[in-house]
Design a protein around this ligand. Structure first.
Ligand SMILES: Nc1ncnc2c1ncn2[C@@H]1O[C@H](COP(=O)(O)OP(=O)(O)OP(=O)(O)O)[C@@H](O)[C@H]1O
Length: 241
């Protein structure tokens, strides 16, 4: 579904992403992990054509993402609050997003009923603008807007970071259901190794812009990642070859 070929991204003379080849197949659930500054968000932004690589290219279903529009019909992403319209209420925003995808208000309402548990009574009918919600609740609105679109490709940047433990568990269940029932391909970044290994069938580990590990998740993956991150980046770089 996604093919990355020979991309580099440079900021202020420093290469922050350098990926010779990466393929994400339809229906895969990808967990993207890596320490702060590893390049995860930059990779997301390039896949979404929000920024362009210095060289190389990214294809989505065989079409170059840069300068094309078709992939936007089947791709939903929430990277940060910048994806929301903060002067709207959650309902207004979700009706707006539903409308862009040809859904009537009643269809959106019907869908939102399925998210009542995920919203935990904090999102709808509160008379609040999105800008006045907590960061965690803004994140819930962003994720809900993605799910509403019934995307073939879902991309979430650190969705577990600001939400409470109950919502984290509900989100994991939603992601698993989405993949099982709709075959959704997902790319989710996280610093929570437990959650991300639980919801992903493949883990991509980045460090300093480079893919260090690309492994199918199995019963020993969590331990393997914990062992990897237990050794600091500086210690790793100083270790003899
Ligand atoms: N707009 C920008 N201008 C300059 N440098 C940038 C910019 N965006 C990202 N970078 C740099 O690129 C590198 C990768 O950043 P990125 O945000 O992709 O990492 P990340 O893996 O998502 O990190 P985190 O886990 O902290 O969110 C960092 O060194 C960051 O400072």
């Amino acid at each position: 579904m996604i093919e990355v070929t020979d991309i580099t991204k440079v900021y202020a003379g420093k290469t922050v992403v350098n990926i010779p080849r990466l393929e994400i197949r339809q229906g895969e659930t990808i967990g993207l992990v890596g320490n702060n500054g590893a390049g995860k968000t930059t990779l997301f932004r390039m896949i979404l054509d929000l920024i362009r690589p210095e060289q190389g290219g990214i294809l989505s279903k065989g079409e170059v993402v840069a300068g094309h529009e078709h992939w936007k019909d089947y791709t939903a992403a929430f990277l940060d609050e910048g994806f929301l319209i903060d002067y709207l209420t959650p309902e207004e925003y979700l009706y707006f997003i539903g409308g862009l995808h040809g859904q009537h208000k009643a269809q959106v309402d019907e869908f939102l009923i399925t998210l009542m548990e995920f919203f935990n009574g904090e999102i709808l009918q509160r008379g609040k603008y999105i800008r006045d919600l907590s960061k965690g609740n803004q994140c819930k609105v962003g994720i809900a807007a993605c799910l509403l679109q019934k995307p073939e490709l879902l991309m979430l940047d650190e969705p577990f970071a600001n939400i409470d433990p109950s919502t984290q568990i509900r989100l994991k269940n939603l992601l698993k259901e989405l993949n099982k029932q709709q075959g959704t391909t997902s790319i989710v970044s996280s610093h929570d190794l437990n959650h991300i290994t639980d919801v992903s069938d493949r883990i991509i580990l980045m460090e300093k812009g480079v893919v260090i590990k690309d492994i199918a998740t199995n019963s020993s993956t969590l331990k393997e990642l914990e062992d990897y991150f237990a050794v600091g980046q500086i210690e790793r770089n100083e270790a003899p070859d």
